[in-house]
Design a binder for this molecule. Structure first.
Ligand SMILES: Nc1ncnc2c1ncn2[C@@H]1O[C@H](COP(=O)(O)OP(=O)(O)OP(=O)(O)O)[C@@H](O)[C@H]1O
Ligand SMILES: [Mg+2]
Length: 291
């Protein structure tokens, strides 16, 4: 696909986790979690990353953030992750720990589980402030003002800043996570299943909020989800992952109207229809897809 103003380009990314075994703890095998994956995303747009459990979605997100080595020191990562830095592309994989520091604030993550991703012992003010403590030189009162401003941006009240995460509902906690992700004024947000843990009625509110914030701050979003219905409205493009590979990667309309890969068709067939097919037709469709 030909595009202008790509902010992030992933080229031929491979991620392998070695598996050690035997008394000598030699490498006996490996998990090839991401296979030769390439994609790119333009500033202000959203790419949906969809696939079943274990297909490599979170690994892709963590590779882009360059944080895989923290939990898996032996991981092998090859390829390029190119971030547009005022017109020239920087390969984040080539930077050492020190060199990557200035780029860290530009890419932030929102996690799936708003219950475990927020420290229960910290008040919301400190949770949202933490990335500013790490990445900025702002003084305390500037940071506290910004916390309140961010809370209002995500639909919370600044007066709730002194409360603990357990005092909020699931949807509100995800709003706190979103406020935190915006604290360093990132260009790119990696949202790893941000609504999967929420009630269906709350999911749309959170997705709408993300779309509003995207417009306001010209954010680029990688939106990771299990199923196509979640990413449909927010994504310009969708990459369907299967066993570590992007088996189909196209504009959202094309994915829905003209799916090519069998696995994409399976995902589409799994979306509940407002006008459900009759039983006979459903059985026929499953047979066609060999399910
Ligand atoms: N630190 C690790 N060490 C070893 N293997 C890992 C590690 N992290 C992920 N994997 C493996 O890599 C593969 C992809 O995992 P990943 O978490 O990226 O999938 P996912 O698509 O995010 O799944 P889910 O939808 O369940 O979140 C899996 O087989 C997983 O077991
Ligand atoms: Mg995951």
């Amino acid at each position: 696909m030909k595009k202008n103003n790509e902010i992030l380009k992933v080229k031929n990314l491979n991620v392998e986790f070695p598996i050690f075994g035997g008394i000598l703890q030699r490498e006996v095998s490996h998990v090839h979690a991401v296979k030769d994956l390439s994609l790119s995303v333009c500033q202000g747009e959203t790419i949906g990353i969809v696939g079943e459990s274990g297909s490599g979605k979170s690994t892709l997100g963590k590779a882009i953030l360059n944080v895989l080595k923290i939990t898996a020191p032996d991981v092998r990562v090859t390829g390029e992750i190119l971030l547009n830095d005022n017109g020239s592309y920087i390969d984040l994989l080539k930077l050492n720990r020190k060199e990557i520091i200035p780029y860290r604030p530009q890419i932030q993550m929102i996690f799936q589980d708003p219950f475990s991703s927020l420290n229960p012992r910290m008040i919301v003010q400190d949770i949202i402030k933490e990335p500013m403590d790490i990445h900025t030189n702002m003084n305390e009162s500037e940071k506290n003002d910004k916390v309140r401003w961010l809370m209002e941006k995500v639909g919370l009240s600044g007066e709730q800043a002194m409360r603990y995460p357990h005092e909020f509902s699931g949807g509100q906690r995800q709003r706190i996570g979103i406020a935190r992700s915006l604290a360093t004024e990132p260009k790119i947000i990696i949202a790893d299943e941000p609504v999967s843990a929420l009630d269906v009625s709350i999911q749309a509110q959170v997705i709408n909020l993300m779309m509003d914030l995207q417009d306001e701050f010209n954010l680029t979003i990688l939106f990771i989800a299990h199923d196509l219905s979640v990413v449909n409205h927010i994504s310009t493009e969708i990459a369907v992952m299967y066993l570590g590979e992007a088996v189909e990667y196209n504009k959202t309309e094309e994915i829905f109207s003209n799916p090519q890969h069998k696995y994409t068709k399976t995902l589409l067939a799994a979306i509940p229809q407002p006008n459900p097919l009759g039983r006979e037709e459903r059985i026929k469709k499953r047979k066609e897809l060999d399910l």
